[in-house]
Each structure stands twice: as C-alpha cells, then as structure tokens.
Design a protein around this ligand. Structure first.
Ligand code: GUN
Length: 294
C-alpha cells in the first residue's frame, strides 16, 4: 500500500499481535483470559455486524467473548437488570452496550448503570470526566483508535490545527478532548464543527489534520481540503452497487477518489478507522483484566 494510505487494517493487526502476546502470557501464568461481553438490544443490522466483528476479533487474540441478546421490545428495566447481572459477574472484565438503543430506552440511564471499572467503551460520565482531566481511564474506542493510528503513522499532532467534523459523544467530542489535551502526541489546536457551524468549508480548508465523523456520505469534497492535509475518515455507509457480489460497497464521510489526490495521508473505508476501533476495545478489555490482577 502506498505511504499515502494509512493502513488501519495492518496497524490493527500489529496491535492485535501485541495483545495476543499479553493474553498468552496471562494464561501461561495461570491467570484467566480477559473476558469481554456485549449487550445488544433488537436486530439493527449494523449493530449485529459490529458485535459479530468484536466477537471475532476477541477470539483471534484469546479474549473470551460473550453476547447478551435482548429483544427490541424489552423494557428498560430488563436491560438495567442485565447490566446489574454483568456488573456483578466476576467472570466478565469489561462489557459494552451496543448503541443505538431503541427509542423507548434512555441511553444515558443505561450507560450510567454500567460499573465504571467494566466500562470498556469509556462512555460512563465518570470515565469521560477522567478523560477530560487527563487521568488514567478507558478511552472511547474510536477516538483512542484514531490517536493510535496517528501515532503509528508518524503524524505529528503537536501544534497542528485539527478540524473535527461532528460532535457526537462517541467520536467527535471525545476526539476533540484527546487531541487538545496537554499530552504526548496531542497538544493540537482543535476546531469542532457541527450542524450549526457557519461555513464549514472555510474551516476545513485550514485543517492540517481533518477528521470526518459527521455521518454523511462523501460530505468532504476535494475543494474543502488543504493540499497536503492528513484526512481521517470515520464514516461508514453502504451504497448500492449491483456490480459487487454483496450488492453494495462501503464508503465514508470523505469523497476518497478526489480527496486522496490532495491529502498527504488518508484513511480508506473500509480498512482505516474501523479495525482500529475494535482493537481499542480489546486493549481496554486487557486493561480491565489487568486492573483486577493488581
Ligand atoms: N455504536 C457505534 N459505535 C459504538 C461504540 O463504539 N460502542 C457502542 N457501544 N456502540 C456503538
């Protein structure tokens, strides 16, 4: 792959080997393998795919995985009881509740019910507060994966102007916090754009590093990108494509064909940010298991 393309799949594979080695060492020392659980409510196709990928990746590195499936019409109480059960299960080191949840369930209440020590998504307000303060915690998987991707692709972040598109709790907001923190491979100046931002292209054109997490297919066009910018595409969209065996292809929030001609480095979709998100979750699970060992 050319130097321009940030190969998330290859970087994720390297990190997986590092994790597998650590897990093997734990097992050699008669310590049980880390255990990651996922809770999934309903049958949203994308969520099913994400959870299946997380299970597959866990198995690859020797992490035990389990999935709790609840029907789309389950009550909030049933979900909270499931969370209480997992919180109290000493076998499980970390778990996630796959989002989005059905509309009748209050996601905030659900996230707050997760034991912060097992919150490997890093979504609990306690862990978000610790992240904000720069204290040790679980970092949300996608922003954590992107930080790792930048570091391992030798992208200097310090003093750079990073423009983040999208202010979601899962990606954009924590991304802006991690990049602007006073820390190694951070110290960037961050502009966080959202649906009320005036003249987004005028801002993106100033970006040394552009992170697109806006959830709109091919939103970032070539004329919105500065020559030589580093472009990170967090989006993932299915586009009908009769010529593909699956009947669709995947695309991101960036018009890859055109933008890749201007960017100095760019992540593809698929094979960019996606594999890094999963690997970050595995890293957090390993961390959760190790904390119990101390
Ligand atoms: N839905 C989309 N991304 C994520 C994620 O990182 N964690 C969870 N729990 N749900 C998601």
């Amino acid at each position: 792959m050319s130097d321009k393309i940030i190969d998330g799949k290859a970087i994720a594979a390297t990190i997986k080997l590092e994790i597998a080695k650590e897990v093997a060492a734990m097992i050699d020392a008669d310590i049980k393998a880390p255990h990651l659980a996922a809770v999934i409510v309903g049958d949203d196709a994308a969520s099913q795919t994400y959870v299946a990928s997380k299970e597959r990746a866990s198995t690859q590195v020797g992490i035990t995985s389990s999935v709790y499936r609840l029907p789309a019409n389950c009550s909030e109480t049933q979900l909270l009881e499931t969370i209480d059960f997992i919180n109290n299960d000493p076998e499980v080191d970390g778990f996630i509740v796959q989002l989005p949840l059905p509309a009748h369930i209050d996601s905030n209440r659900v996230i707050e019910r997760i034991d912060p020590d097992k919150d490997v998504d890093g979504f609990h307000p306690y862990n978000i507060g610790r992240m904000q303060l720069g204290l040790p915690t679980y970092l949300p998987a996608t922003p954590y994966g992107i930080m790792e991707l930048l570091k391992r692709s030798q992208v200097e972040v310090r003093g750079k102007h990073v423009v983040v598109l999208g202010r979601s709790n899962i990606v954009g907001t924590p991304m802006s916090v991690l990049l602007s923190r006073k820390a190694e491979n951070a110290d960037a100046t961050v502009t966080l754009c959202h649906s009320r931002t005036a003249d987004i292209p005028a801002l993106t054109r100033q970006a040394d590093i552009l992170i697109a997490a806006i959830g709109q297919q091919e939103f970032v066009k070539a004329d919105m990108v500065k020559e030589g910018a580093v472009v990170i595409d967090v989006g993932i969209h299915r586009v009908a494509d009769p010529s593909s065996p699956k009947g669709y292809r995947l695309t991101g929030d960036v018009d890859y064909e055109a933008v890749s001609k201007k960017a100095s480095k760019i992540t593809p979709v698929p094979g960019g940010v996606g594999p890094m998100t999963i690997v970050s979750l595995l890293q957090n699970t390993l961390l959760a298991a190790k904390k119990k060992m101390i």
